[in-house]
Design a protein around this ligand. Structure first.
Ligand code: IPE
Ligand code: IPE
Ligand code: MG
Length: 237
C-alpha cells in the first residue's frame, strides 16, 4: 500500500449475509450477526488506512419486504449496535452519522441513533455514515418536499436551485460524494443506493460475501481505484 492514493470517501453495499448463512446451513439471521462483526472491523481498518468517510448500506427502504422474523432480527442488531458503536467510535475518534428515514424505527432505536450522533459529533479521525431505512429515491422525494416548502416560505427561490443546493437538501449534506463504491456478493447493481452522489464514483465488485470481507479486499479495491483514470467528462490522453 505504499505510494497509493487513499480515496477520501468509500461507500459499501454490504451484500451476501443470507447466502453466507445458507452455505453453512444457518438461519439468515446468523449471516447478519457475522456481517455486523465485519462492519466493526472495517470501521477500524478504514480509519487506519486514512479513509476520511466510510458509508455503509445497512438496511434499504425495500428491506421491509423481508420476513417478520428477519426484520426483527435486524432491528435487534441495530438496537445492540447503536450502543456498541458508542464504544468503537469513542476508541477510534470516529464520528457516526445515520442517513435514511429514521421515524419508522422503534422509539428506543431512534433515541439510540440520536445519542450516537450527538456523542460522537466532535470526533475527527473519520466519519462513519450508516444508511438505515435508506432509499435514494425516498431521499430525493423528501428533499424535494422540503425544498418546495422552503420555496413557498420564501427561504429560497426557484432560480437558486443549483446542483449544490440540491446536494445540501439530501441526507448526505456536507459529506463529499463517494470516490469509490464497493459491492460484495457478486451482484452488480445499485439497489437504490446514493443515486445522485455516485454520479462519478469508481465501482468495485467482488464475489466475496460480506461476512467474509477482510482488510485485504478493501486494500484490493483501493489498488484498483488507483489504477483507474477518472475523467469527469474531460478528454485526455
Ligand atoms: C445484505 O445481505 C444485508 C441486508 C440487506 C440487510 P443480504 O441479507 O441481502 O444477503 P443475501 O443477498 O440474501 O445473500
Ligand atoms: C441492498 O442489498 C441493500 C443493503 C445492502 C442494505 P439487497 O440484497 O437488499 O439488494 P437486492 O435485493 O439484491 O437488490
Ligand atoms: Mg442481498
Amino acid at each position: 500500500m505504499d505510494d497509493v492514493r487513499v480515496p477520501k470517501h468509500v461507500a459499501i453495499i454490504m451484500d451476501g449475509n443470507g447466502r453466507w448463512a445458507k452455505k453453512r446451513g444457518l438461519p439468515r439471521k446468523m449471516g447478519h450477526v457475522e456481517g455486523c462483526k465485519v462492519v466493526e472491523r472495517t470501521v477500524e481498518d478504514a480509519a487506519r488506512l486514512g479513509i476520511k468517510y466510510l458509508t455503509v448500506y445497512a438496511f434499504s427502504t425495500e428491506n421491509w419486504k423481508r420476513s417478520e422474523e428477519e426484520v426483527d432480527a435486524l432491528m435487534q442488531l441495530f438496537r445492540y449496535y447503536t450502543k456498541r458503536l458508542l464504544k468503537i467510535a469513542g476508541e477510534n475518534n470516529v464520528r457516526v452519522k445515520m442517513i435514511g428515514e429514521r421515524s419508522r424505527f422503534a422509539p428506543d432505536i431512534i433515541d439510540g441513533i440520536n445519542k450516537l450522533e450527538t456523542t460522537t459529533a466532535n470526533n475527527t479521525r473519520m466519519t462513519f455514515v450508516i444508511a438505515v431505512n435508506y432509499g435514494s429515491r425516498d431521499e430525493i422525494r423528501r428533499s424535494v418536499t422540503r425544498m418546495l416548502a422552503d420555496c413557498q416560505a420564501g427561504v429560497i427561490s426557484a432560480a437558486e436551485v443549483s446542483e449544490e443546493r440540491i446536494s445540501s437538501y439530501l441526507d448526505t449534506a456536507g459529506i463529499p460524494d463517494p470516490d469509490l463504491l464497493i459491492r460484495t456478493s457478486g451482484e452488480e447493481r445499485l439497489s437504490n443506493f446514493l443515486l445522485w452522489q455516485l454520479a462519478y464514483s469508481e465501482f468495485y465488485f467482488t464475489d466475496v460475501l460480506w461476512p467474509d470481507f477482510r482488510k485485504e479486499e478493501l486494500v484490493k479495491a483501493i489498488e484498483m481505484y488507483n489504477s483507474r483514470e477518472r475523467r469527469y467528462g474531460d478528454a485526455k490522453g
